[in-house]
Design a protein around this ligand. Structure first.
Ligand code: UDX
Length: 447
């Protein structure tokens, strides 16, 4: 008989994981504590923009026309506990307010709510990004709160999905990492992931701390690559070099690789910034803070880029105050193909210029609603063209394909000045310059 799977927490990670598990052929029950979220999911809708996710859900949510019916949702812990052979915990671990550490309250609440209702020999699998050592602690919590004789067990299985590619990354991951303490747990997880493993996805079996650390170290490495190239951009700016050429040239070395070497206003989002901070906080608790002091530098290089973009805009406008200047901002999401504005470098730059008196108008293909919610005092325009109308300077801050495909000649008719600053090094300088624009980018010489 096929395994039954519950997914606890139906945010980004959980909704995608639940739909992917149904796609792999399992009966799935998703649980969340937010009734509005469950109501949406039951209609096959997702509360965020993620390419392909609604289609995937609609193919499986029970009651929708033509669906497999393998995916259901509930608010009821007892129902979820009874349903699953394997329970994936996918709740989020945001940065604690005013601290570097991760807020574990949602994870702790999920375990405390699920465990007392377990009825059989369940495997509970943590997927959330947690400080190393959490799995050991949660295993003890499970043993304490699960009814006697249920033989509940914990495993840790970090998730590496990227926003904008969540469906693809979940169905075809680079690797599957499982932290287990028994052959039974490994066997069950091999069963869950039989399809991707059968297609050649590596399956790495390890202990709890290593599984937890794989996730935080992978994100730290990615953050390090971005801040490295941004540090090189700073040096290029001082020395008159071109960071885009530099990245291309060092990227030909396979050991370095081309990816994650695009200099600009740096990384944001709900993962990289908070994960490296939580990692530093945890290392401090473990007495290993010296090992991660470099992450403090990675974080500060990253945060510095935002201020440098603001200064670049000020200089391009002739120096002095932003008062009376009209600034068009293309991009609000922290990255393209996402409507997520959490810790968005684009919105941060827009906000700084606004607070310094600039008249800022933002356009983003998908992130407008979220941007308006967190920054209601900025100006917003319904299209890129509207945002650019009358602008003294255009800032390109999130590298949506739509922006790469803009016609600079058409935009040039609307702007007050043909001045564009590329904060993502993603536009083609030649195309813009040919259309009469002054094009400047971070870490590149002004032509
Ligand atoms: C990241 C990890 O990539 C993923 O494996 C993990 O599971 C969650 O965190 P995500 O937050 O979706 O995923 O974003 P990612 O694609 O990593 O980009 C992060 C930020 O770095 C974005 O703001 C992006 O614009 C920026 N970035 C990326 C650069 O500034 N330069 C680059 O070369 C690449």
């Amino acid at each position: 008989m096929s395994l039954k799977i519950t997914v606890i927490g139906t945010g980004y990670l959980g909704a995608t994981h639940a739909a992917a598990m149904a796609e792999l052929g399992f009966e799935v029950l998703g649980l969340d504590v937010v009734p509005e979220k469950i109501a949406m999911l039951k209609r096959g809708e997702v509360p965020m923009y993620e390419p392909g996710l609604e289609e995937l859900l609609s193919r499986h949510v029970e009651g929708l026309e033509g669906s497999s019916g393998r995916l259901r949702f509930t608010l009821d812990w007892a129902e979820a506990a009874e349903f699953g052979d394997v329970h994936f915990v996918c709740v989020n671990t945001p940065q604690k307010h005013g601290e570097y550490a991760a807020d574990m309250s949602y994870v702790d609440a999920a375990f405390a709510s699920l465990a007392p209702h377990l009825t059989g020999p369940a495997l509970v699998v943590g997927k959330s990004t947690v400080p190393v050592g959490s799995a050991d602690r949660l295993a003890a919590c499970l043993a304490e709160h699960a009814p006697a004789g249920t033989d509940a067990e914990l495993a840790w299985n970090p998730e590496f999905l990227r926003e904008g590619f969540a469906v693809e990354d979940t169905l075809h991951p680079d690797r599957i990492v499982v932290g287990v303490r028994s052959e039974r747990a490994e066997k069950l997880l091999r069963e869950v992931y039989a399809t991707p493993v059968g297609e050649g996805t590596p399956f790495v079996v390890t202990d709890f701390p290593t599984a937890e650390l794989v996730k935080t170290s992978a994100n730290s490495f990615l953050a390090t690559k971005i801040s490295f190239i941004n540090a090189m951009a700073e040096v290029c700016e001082a020395a008159g070099g071109d960071v885009a050429k530099l990245a291309e040239a060092i990227g030909y070395d396979d050991r370095i690789g081309k990816k994650f070497l695009r200099a600009g206003i740096g990384f944001g989002g709900g993962c990289l910034p908070k994960d490296i901070r939580a990692f530093m906080a945890r290392a401090g608790e473990l007495g290993a803070d010296q090992a991660l002091t470099f992450l403090r530098e990675i974080d500060s290089i990253n945060m510095r880029r935002r201020g440098q973009m603001v200064e670049m805009a000020r200089e391009a406008l002739g120096g002095g105050s932003f008062l009376g200047k009209r600034v068009a901002v293309l991009g609000a999401a922290f990255k393209p193909d996402s409507d997520d504005v959490r810790d968005s470098p684009a919105l941060n730059v827009a906000g700084q210029i606004h607070l310094q008196g600039g008249q800022v108008t933002v356009y983003d293909p998908k992130g407008m609603d979220n941007a308006r919610r967190v920054f209601p005092t900025l100006g917003y325009a319904p299209t890129a063209l509207d945002a650019v109308r009358g602008a003294d300077v255009v800032l390109h801050l999130t590298e949506w394909r739509e922006f790469r495909e803009l016609d600079p000649a058409v935009l040039g008719e609307e702007a007050a000045a043909k001045l564009i600053l590329d904060g993502r090094n993603a536009l083609d300088p030649e195309v813009w310059r040919r259309a009469g624009w002054t094009y400047r980018a971070m870490g590149r010489p002004t032509a």
